[in-house]
Write a protein that binds this ligand. Structure first.
Ligand code: HEC
Ligand code: HEC
Length: 415
């Protein structure tokens, strides 16, 4: 396995102050970044898991993770331990349209279980009709993501993330900006919520609050774990027959030095910004895959500049966090702006070492993007190999996950 290029390792000094000061991340370091790396061969189960002794952040007392084989224990912030009442409350809030200003949308409007918690759109559409510059992401296994959303190195906790779609104005998603009191009033008016908030936060005199709502949502999200696909039965369950021969060939291609996919889509969650209990040091990485190169300057379209939007550093243009590939056959369209309609488009993009856009405002040869990762080098893929890649992608579809009643809409069940 060849050494990772330096450019792939993200460690901006200016941001380290924030990231390293984060109380829920282990202090200091020294350990290998990317401890969850699948390594050569890629399918080796991650062994870095296991509950850490006395390390803050294990689940709440009495909480039992029901984790798939090969999956490490998620990190949980000390001030928001897991509990069943919180998870159940969080699930209701996730599906409740009362969380949007005009009561038309919930989190689930853009994160639909049937689509592995995406929305099928290139760009998400908010409750007031505002188009989001980026595509809704799957929340499958989001408990393990070190940095949340497409390219934000300082958004590290689900608790903080949940407030963004509720109150954010750039763009408007749920549209509750300035309506904090209205939100708590709506929840307090429902006797079921009064009971549930009390059960979830028994030590709080006044449990119905925005802070507690986002804590509960985060607890629910940490349970949204996908790890029972045919690939998992093969890679972690020792079931040789779980994958077709075509899917096995696709997996080998995925893990090959020719295609290089596994360097970035690595480990149990096919991504390289992961954190979990017992890990020496959480990794946060961002890469430019050569999706754009507007006018040959390396530029990406507005709203999709990636890490650059946060750091202002030219070399961060077009760098994004690696998304998981779990359930990838269900989550079209692809990339941060949904600009790749199909998995064939994605394969074409990588095969060409970057996408070429012939004309229009975004014209440019992505392969020549000056900030592109050295791992995007291009390759040839014949029709049979392409079919094998599709078989592999499909082996990542976890039907038990998309049908798991514990992640489903709790309101749909009432008569
Ligand atoms: C209007 C559609 C929309 C709504 C409503 C919405 N989201 Fe999202 N979600 C998105 C988009 C778009 C992104 C990517 C955001 C970005 O990159 O800035 C995202 C990203 C996320 C992520 C990050 C996933 C990852 O892998 O890092 C989480 C977690 C999340 N949303 C949870 C929620 C929760 C919880 C709610 C409800 C409180 C919610 N979302 C409501 C569209 C939506
Ligand atoms: C240098 C790191 C890197 C390598 C190598 C790499 N990827 Fe990616 N991949 C990314 C990043 C970053 C994104 C998001 C890019 C964006 O949205 O602009 C991504 C996005 C994707 C997506 C879309 C996911 C979604 O939810 O929209 C798929 C599918 C994908 N890659 C598959 C592959 C395959 C197959 C290979 C091997 C041919 C590969 N990747 C190689 C970093 C990488």
């Amino acid at each position: 396995m060849r050494a990772r290029p330096l450019e792939a390792v993200f460690f901006v000094m200016g941001l380290c102050g924030v990231a390293c000061a984060d109380p829920s991340l282990p202090a200091g370091g020294g350990g290998a970044g990317g401890a969850a790396a699948g390594g050569a061969g890629g399918v080796a189960p991650t062994t870095g898991g296991g509950p850490s002794e006395g390390g803050g952040g294990a689940g709440g007392s009495g909480w039992e993770w029901n984790l798939p084989k090969g999956f490490p224990v998620p990190k949980v912030p000390d001030d928001n331990p897991m509990s069943q009442p919180k998870v159940e409350l969080g699930r209701r809030l996730f599906y409740d349209t009362r969380l949007s200003g005009n009561e038309t949308q919930s989190c689930a409007s853009c994160h639909d279980q049937a689509l592995a918690f995406t929305d099928g759109r290139a760009q998400a559409l908010g409750s007031t009709g505002e188009l989001h510059p980026r595509s809704a992401m799957s929340i499958a296994n989001v408990a393990y993501s070190t940095a949340l959303t497409w390219a934000n190195p300082v958004l590290l906790h689900l608790e903080s993330q949940a407030a963004v779609p509720i109150f954010g104005t750039m763009p408007v998603e749920l549209g509750m900006s300035g309506m904090e009191d209205e939100l708590t009033a709506r929840l307090a008016a429902d006797p079921d919520y009064v009971e549930r908030f009390q059960a979830a936060f028994p030590d709080d005199a006044d449990p119905i609050s925005v802070g507690n709502a986002v804590k509960a949502i985060a607890c629910f999200e940490r349970t949204v774990i996908s790890g029972s696909s045919p690939y998992d039965r093969y890679a972690y369950g020792g079931d040789e027959s779980a994958l077709s021969e075509a899917a096995k060939r696709g997996l080998a291609l995925f893990n090959s030095e020719r295609m290089e996919c596994f360097h970035c889509h690595q480990g149990f969650n096919f991504q390289d910004s992961v954190t979990f209990e017992g890990q020496a040091f959480p990794s946060i990485e961002f890469h430019n895959t050569g999706l754009y190169n507007i006018g040959g300057t390396g530029a990406y379209p507005p709203g999709g500049e990636g890490l650059y939007a946060m750091t202002g550093k030219p070399e961060d243009m077009g760098k994004f966090r690696v998304p998981t590939l779990r359930n990838i056959a269900l989550t079209a369209p692809y990339m941060h702006d949904g600009s790749a309609a199909t998995l064939d488009d994605v394969l074409d993009h990588y095969a060409a070492a970057g996408r070429t856009i012939e004309d229009g405002p975004y014209a440019g040869v992505g392969a020549d993007n000056p900030y592109k990762s050295g791992l995007i080098a291009g390759f040839e893929l014949d029709d049979g190999e392409r079919a094998d890649m599709h078989a592999f992608f499909e082996s990542l579809t976890d039907e038990a996950f998309t049908h798991d009643p514990s992640f489903a809409d709790p309101f749909a069940r009432s008569p």
